[in-house]
Write a protein that binds this ligand. Structure first.
Ligand SMILES: C[S@@+](CC[C@H](N)C(=O)[O-])C[C@H]1O[C@@H](n2cnc3c(N)ncnc32)[C@H](O)[C@@H]1O
Length: 202
């Protein structure tokens, strides 16, 4: 029985989740154990929870602003249906969310293994520490680009990044950010039919 009433939802389709988990599970333990597993953009926590359940022995960190998407840049606007500032806010009342839902999510995850949740815009003021696997699901150019710069500095060789919404017409900034990574840092190793791309750190 769960001690805490909180039911994290994943916003990935089953196909997307399976693709993500396939790549997560394929990272060998000798690579995985050298760093943390992170999800940038956890929203309601369900995708992170699926990852935790598949490799409970590991150390996970989830980041989200919890007040929704930060500002769009011009790279995000080249579409008929752009996202908007604040999309995916868990609550419009930040104080209420921080005091209630965030606490519940923290406590729920504490019952599931070694999981830390940080409420912040990644990677602002995030110290450098080793990462072995990352799921980047932040929808926007700036957030994707800054996340990938952080990961280029901090990923273990052989570590993988799955970026969501690559090539999706509603999120043009994601593709621009991924296509701008330095090929000396990452090589593309896979793509899914559902707008996911996988990079491996060289
Ligand atoms: C599509 S939702 C994530 C869905 C979640 N990964 C899932 O599978 O259910 C995108 C999230 O990214 C968050 N986000 C966007 N840019 C961010 C950043 N720079 N740092 C932290 N969170 C960010 C938003 O607050 C939003 O909750």
């Amino acid at each position: 029985m769960n001690l805490i009433e909180w039911s994290p939802k994943s916003h990935l389709s089953k196909e997307k989740l399976d693709f993500l988990l396939k790549h997560f599970l394929s990272v060998p333990y000798d690579v995985l154990d050298l760093g943390f597993v992170i999800e940038v953009g956890i929203y309601e926590g369900g995708t992170l929870l699926e990852m935790v359940r598949h490799r409970r022995t590991h150390n996970f960190i989830g980041y989200d602003t919890f007040v929704g998407l930060p500002s769009l840049t011009e790279q995000d606007r080249n579409t008929d249906e752009p996202h908007n500032l604040g999309d995916f806010s868990v609550s419009s009342d930040r104080e209420h969310f921080m005091c209630d839902a965030m606490e519940r999510m923290q406590l729920y995850f504490a019952t599931q293994g070694a999981v830390s949740i940080f409420c912040r815009e990644f990677p602002i003021n995030v110290g450098d520490y080793p990462i072995s696997f990352a799921h980047v699901d932040v929808d926007l150019y700036h957030s994707t680009s800054e996340s990938l710069k952080y990961l280029a500095r901090n990923m273990i060789k052989g570590g993988k990044v799955v970026v969501d919404d690559y090539g999706w017409q509603r999120t043009p900034g994601v593709e621009i950010a991924v296509d701008s990574v330095d090929s000396a840092d990452f090589k593309v190793i896979d793509r899914s039919e559902w707008h996911q791309i996988v990079l491996e750190h060289r």
